[in-house]
Ligand binder design. Structure first.
Ligand SMILES: [Fe+2]
Length: 328
């Protein structure tokens, strides 16, 4: 990927922004290489990001991954560094090969919430001409010292993925390619958050897009696009090569909510022995299910809350009852 002139179109007038070379053809349904200059923002410099990590660790929002994982591993993480180090010690030695930490939901820190909004706002008009009602803008920062990988997985949200520091290779596949992730696996993930059926195979590699990203490079990819990342040791000797930092700025829209509702209704129909169409297979069915899905979600949330209240009254157990984020 290469960085183009700051005069490219498709962005707002703010100093820091994300933009595309060809705004006319931007589609929320398509993986799109983009550019950004947020890597120059003072809050995205390494010392500030380490400070952010220390703040988030106190809120239990840092996640550490096992250094032995591969792109085919299960996406699993822990709230403590895997070798028993303290979090302060972890950051002190963060450039040691294989170190890896993700900061979850950085929007809880107000100075970063404003920054995430400016990422989304610089592309808002292009997103909302296809998918109105952007909501729940979240940010996830990924630190990794090569060699390091993020295993193959899908997410619920649309994603502006930005490389901030060092290098990273991002592989992304079309979210509609059922030879990569079957429709039933997507439904499982949306309804139960299980990635059990989302499995990597080396044969997938030529069927996706690969981005060799450096600071200033960005990629937009739609909700449920399969993806994974690698930072490789061969770049460790290059400037900034000992540490790779990227950020995923994620968001939901009326469209992602509609698809989630269809999956929820489909799951109920399957429990009743039916074989409903998957999202996008039947526009008429999609419209009906989306309307019903809103009611199902509201009922599910109420029933869940009532169940939680009952359990709280009868035992000390706490239960998780909220529907998955962005579903309803
Ligand atoms: Fe992801």
């Amino acid at each position: 990927m290469c960085v183009t002139s700051m005069n490219s179109v498709g962005a707002s007038e703010t100093t820091y922004r994300v933009w595309t070379d060809d705004p006319g053809s931007f589609s929320t349904q398509r993986i799109t290489p983009m550019h950004h200059n947020f890597h120059e923002h003072p809050l995205f410099q390494v010392p500030e990001l380490v400070r952010l990590g220390m703040e988030l660790s106190k809120l239990d929002q840092c996640r550490f991954m096992n250094p032995d994982r591969t792109v085919a591993s299960r996406l699993a993480h822990d709230s403590r560094p895997p070798d028993g180090r303290s979090i302060a010690e972890f950051f002190k030695r963060v450039e040691e090969p294989g170190s890896s930490v993700a900061f979850y939901n950085i929007e809880v820190i107000p100075r970063y919430q404003a920054l995430l909004m400016s990422v989304v706002n610089s592309m808002r008009s292009l997103v909302e001409r296809e998918q109105p009602d952007i909501f729940r803008v979240n940010g996830f920062v990924f630190f990794s010292a090569p060699p390091s990988v993020t295993p193959f997985h899908i997410d619920r949200e649309n994603n502006f993925w930005l490389q901030l520091h060092g290098h990273k290779i991002l592989n992304v596949w079309d979210h509609r390619d059922r030879s990569i992730v079957p429709a039933e696996a997507v439904e499982d993930f949306i309804v139960t958050q299980s990635l059990q059926k989302v499995r990597f195979n080396q044969a997938f590699l030529p069927r996706g897009l690969e981005f060799d990203a450096q600071p200033g490079d960005a990629v937009y990819f739609p909700s449920t696009s399969p993806h994974m990342t690698r930072s490789t040791a061969d770049r460790a000797a290059t400037p900034g090569g000992r540490l790779s930092i990227s950020i995923g700025v994620t968001f939901y829209t009326a469209s992602t909510r509609k698809v989630a509702r269809i999956h929820q209704v489909n799951r109920l129909m399957r429990k009743c022995g039916m074989s409903p169409s998957y999202p996008s297979e039947s526009p008429t069915a999609d419209t009906a299910k989306s309307a019903v899905g809103g009611l199902v979600g509201a009922c599910r949330a109420r029933l869940g809350a009532a169940r939680a209240r009952f359990i709280c009254m009868t035992s000390a157990r706490r239960v998780k009852h909220a529907p998955p984020p962005g579903s309803y």
